[in-house]
Design a protein around this ligand. Structure first.
Ligand code: FAD
Ligand code: FES
Ligand code: MG
Length: 285
């Protein structure tokens, strides 16, 4: 069983857990993810390894409560145990000394970009980071990102904190400034990664994205996570999750992410109904 050893509320719908999983923490690398099940009957959901501590055996995961399972996970507390945690899965980020890199993290994507920025800097790169969220409340890890970046640009969509801009705006400005940028990483919602890729394409700067397709087994057997990259079918769980953003068929990914919207809505309604009946506490009103 995988015990939750720390819980932090980073934003109203964004939570951080540390989970005791020594076997996974020992092998984890930036860019990889785990698949967790909240309880024995629960569905399997992929979450990126935002950090790890090989000595204490703890993994850090950061998740946004968007539906039934992430809301159920958000209700768990320190001392509770996850029914299962499988990983590390996926191919690690290719950390090399590229020169000057830009790391873009949008929303909950700030968590997975952190270990990548950290390791790229440790490999000798100059790291320019750009982080953004819809508003101030949803922004987190500003100082953590500053500590692993040579430069940090912070923005919010609504201007409630720092610069009012979408992350693509400072991204374009840095590219236009004439500085030599060798490679870009962009992690966040699919639509953000799509537009970051469209922004960098005219400049010919390679852009790596971490795709968030629907997953079930996470081992290349079910086919749920298939995407099209460079005209070829690839499985995000074993061939990725990182791919060249200029080669991704974004419309297909966005379409496939919405396949089960109706079932997801029903599952969330059922969960909220049951939870309200089972525990009429302050939290649920
Ligand atoms: P639902 O209402 O069931 O789904 C909401 C939306 O999430 C769906 O419309 C669909 O697009 C997506 N989704 C649903 N089920 C899955 C599934 N089994 N696999 C993937 N996507 C699904 N989210 C984070 O908040 N933090 C992370 O670090 C993180 N890392 C991820 C890493 C990878 C490799 C992938 C593929 C996804 C990652 N996600 C992450 C997304 C996260 O898995 C989904 O938000 C979660 O599964 C939603 O589950 P739900 O039941 O709460 O919501
Ligand atoms: Fe099943 Fe990738 S999640 S093949
Ligand atoms: Mg779900």
């Amino acid at each position: 069983m995988y015990r939750i050893t720390a819980k932090e509320v980073l934003a109203p719908v964004t939570k951080l857990f540390k989970v005791y999983a020594p076997e996974v923490a020992r092998k984890a690398k930036a860019g990889q993810f785990v698949i967790v099940r909240v309880d024995e009957k629960g569905e399997r959901i992929p979450l990126t390894i935002a950090d790890y501590d090989r000595e204490s055996g703890e993994l850090t995961i950061v998740f946004q409560e968007v539906g039934k399972t992430t809301k159920q996970l958000g209700k768990m507390n320190v001392g509770d145990e996850l029914a299962s945690l499988t990983g590390p899965l996926g191919r690690p980020t290719e950390i090399e000394n590229y020169g000057t890199v830009i790391c873009v993290g949008g929303g909950v994507g700030i968590a997975p970009i952190y270990p990548i920025a950290r390791d790229l800097r440790a490999a000798g790169n100059t790291v320019i980071s750009i982080i953004g969220a819809r508003n101030k409340e949803l922004l987190f890890w500003e100082e953590k990102m500053r500590s692993v970046s040579d430069e940090l640009i912070v923005c919010t969509d609504d201007g409630s904190y720092a610069r009012k801009a979408l992350v693509t705006e400072p991204l374009k400005e840095v590219l236009e400034s004439g500085r030599k940028i060798d490679i870009v990483w962009a992690i966040g919602p699919a639509i953000m990664m799509k537009f970051c890729s469209l922004t960098t394409k005219p400049f010919g700067v390679k852009t790596i994205v971490s795709l968030n397709s629907i997953m079930v087994d996470g081992t290349g057997m079910c086919g749920a996570c298939r995407v099209e990259v460079g005209g070829k079918t690839r499985f995000v769980c074993v061939d990725g999750p990182e791919f060249d953003g200029h080669e991704v068929d974004w419309n297909l990914l966005l379409e496939r992410q919405r396949i089960y919207l109706e079932q997801e809505k029903r599952a969330l309604e059922k969960f909220e109904r049951e939870h309200q009946q089972a525990c009429p506490c302050e939290e649920v009103g």
